[in-house]
Design a protein around this ligand. Structure first.
Ligand code: ASP
Length: 320
């Protein structure tokens, strides 16, 4: 049995392992671990206390995939509900669908008995206000919601080098079943309704008991375009060892052209419970906890450098 998580999963990884030790499934463990991060108001990249979108509304993305059945559930742009991962699990278990977004996702959350909670807390609200006051003309900021061309301002306001984050959890239970999950408030100051990779099965998460599982953080647009989580598991399926599979999936991102490229990170496990972490940036670690360990440990991520960075976007735009 093993649980692997991004470092902000520190508030939930012990509890996730306890679930496995008590005979719970990998899906139970992933949900338990992620819920504790979603409830952590000090983490401004996930759940309650997350950074809002451009208009100041917190919109959550989350997904969960059960590697035993390849069943999956996801929610996107979900408002006023802390436990996006649990709503995603309910989508997987109660509906003939995989993915709900926006008002439909919020309605389903209410029907499933989740409390309506205002997710925007004081600190993220003041960071949002200060950043946007600094980056946008005063007359635009004062009437942001009335802007007929809000799209113009998203480019000025958003910068993935400045505010980012997601929680990833992977678990393998006593039966060998594997689950992957991710939850995020997404790219800070994103255009309303923007979905990242976290709720997109195959982009932000993928799990298949026969081969392994992966989950991503970083610029979601890149993982969506390259189907990154699925790529890692697909390389495992092709018999490529975990370390090589992760490095290849990261290098695949170098094929993405154009603007809007930045950093990518992911964690992965294979069907034998081996784990690894990867990053394109300079410093990074991930957490793991195996059944025989009394506490989680941090391991370094392998760095695979990517060619294109966010800064290139300015040159590309100027040239058009
Ligand atoms: N992957 C997330 C998204 O694109 C954000 C992040 O992990 O930084 O929404």
């Amino acid at each position: 049995m093993i649980v692997v998580a991004s470092t902000n999963g520190i508030v939930g990884i012990d509890a996730a392992m306890r679930v496995l030790k008590a005979g719970g499934t990998a899906v139970d463990a992933v949900e338990t671990g992620i819920r504790l991060v979603e409830a952590n108001g000090d983490d401004h990249s996930v759940g309650y206390g997350g950074y809002p979108n451009l208009l100041g509304d917190v919109e959550l993305d989350a997904s969960i995939m059960d590697g035993a059945t390849l069943a999956a559930g996801a929610v996107g742009a979900l408002r006023n509900c802390v436990y996006a991962i649990s709503v995603a699990r309910k989508v997987m278990e109660r509906l003939p669908h995989v993915f709900l977004v926006g008002e439909g996702a919020a309605r389903f959350a209410r029907e499933m008995g989740f409390d309506r909670v205002d997710l925007l807390t004081e600190e993220p609200q003041s960071v949002w206000e200060n950043r946007l006051r600094r980056d946008l003309p005063a007359h635009v900021f004062e009437h942001l919601n009335q802007q007929p061309d809000l799209w113009r301002w998203v480019d000025v306001a958003t910068d993935p080098e400045k505010a980012w984050g997601t929680v990833n959890f992977l678990a393998q239970d006593a039966e060998g079943q594997i689950c992957a999950g991710a939850s995020t408030s997404g790219w800070a100051w994103k255009y309303p309704g923007r979905l990242g990779d976290s709720p997109v099965i195959g982009a932000g998460v993928y799990a298949d008991d026969r081969f392994g599982a992966a989950a991503c953080t970083g610029t979601g647009e890149m993982a969506i375009r390259a189907c990154t989580a699925h790529s890692i598991v697909f390389y495992l399926k092709m018999g490529i060892p975990l370390q090589d599979a992760g490095e290849r999936a990261m290098r695949d991102l170098n094929d993405l052209g154009g603007a809007y490229l930045s950093d990518m990170n992911f964690i992965a496990i294979d069907r034998d419970g081996r784990h690894a972490g990867f990053m394109s940036g300079e410093v990074g670690a991930y957490l793991f906890m195996a059944e025989e360990m009394s506490a989680p440990e941090e391991a370094p991520r392998t760095r695979v450098e990517l060619n294109k960075r966010w800064a290139n976007r300015v040159q590309v735009q100027d040239a058009t």
